[in-house]
Design a protein around this ligand. Structure first.
Ligand code: SAH
Length: 227
């Protein structure tokens, strides 16, 4: 699956996307992440990308020209939806993440992944972006929760991370995502607690049932711990 990130801070992403599971997924060519610097599209002689808000008030608003030109450029490369990361958007859920991953899986199976539609993730900064960009070129606004961050970069990474791990082959067998919090197989509930060695730590013992070897009893216990 391909992800195109549109940002004015392209350097933010390096370490996260080049570590652990996302790195391995890229090495295996299961996902591809392209980062586009919105500032490069600015026609302003100082490459300005923001300006004062009409109507007054604090903060700066990202101007429409660089954003629209950048989005139009990326839309030629990726036929997927343009998603603006925004606290005003619908809150991201695991079932939404599953739909993104599924849409992609179907396409990936049919053909090569890179030219197939993926997600175009638009990161705002400051007070946000000019509404006319949203009205003309954005397909969907998504929030990662009811709080405000300084920029859309962490939300974009959040989507990439959550979607990528559901793409077949991205997680190894040992990292299966089937029985997990919010998954269908757990009825969208929160997962049961986990324990590992040692059996006793600082006086705290692992529940006996988990040491019993009785698979049925263990399953029953785990089910009782879902919340
Ligand atoms: N003035 C805006 C907040 C702007 S925060 C408001 O009150 O709604 C700056 C940028 O950070 C936004 O343009 C958006 O891209 C990103 N952002 C902040 N919080 C976010 C959240 N909870 N979910 C997704 N994106 C967020």
């Amino acid at each position: 699956m391909r992800f195109d990130i549109l940002t004015i801070f392209p350097n933010i992403f390096d370490s996260y996307i080049n570590t652990s599971i996302l790195k391995r997924a890229q090495d295996k060519k299961l996902i591809k992440i392209y980062i586009h610097d919105i500032r490069k599209f600015s026609k302003d002689k100082h490459h300005k990308v923001d300006n004062l808000p009409f109507g007054g008030g604090a903060g700066m608003v990202m101007t429409p020209q660089p954003l629209c030109d950048c989005i139009k450029h990326v839309k030629k490369l990726n036929k997927g939806p343009v998603i603006y990361m925004s606290p005003r958007g619908k809150t991201l859920t695991q079932s939404r993440v599953e739909k993104f991953a599924k849409m992609q899986t179907e396409d990936t199976v049919r053909s090569k992944l890179i030219k197939k539609p993926g997600l175009i993730l638009l990161c705002g900064h400051y007070e946000g972006i000019d509404q006319r960009v949203i009205d003309s070129l954005v397909d969907e606004e998504l929030s990662i929760g009811k709080y405000v961050l300084t920029g859309g970069e962490l939300p974009a990474l959040t989507i990439i991370d959550a979607v990528s791990r559901l793409i077949p082959g991205v997680l190894g067998r040992a990292e299966s995502h089937e029985e997990e919090s919010f998954s269908k197989s757990l009825n969208r509930k929160k997962e049961y607690p986990h324990y590992t060695r040692p059996a006793e730590f600082n006086g705290m013992k692992v529940p006996d049932v988990l040491m019993s070897g009785h698979h049925k009893e263990i399953a029953k216990w785990r089910k009782s711990k879902l919340s």
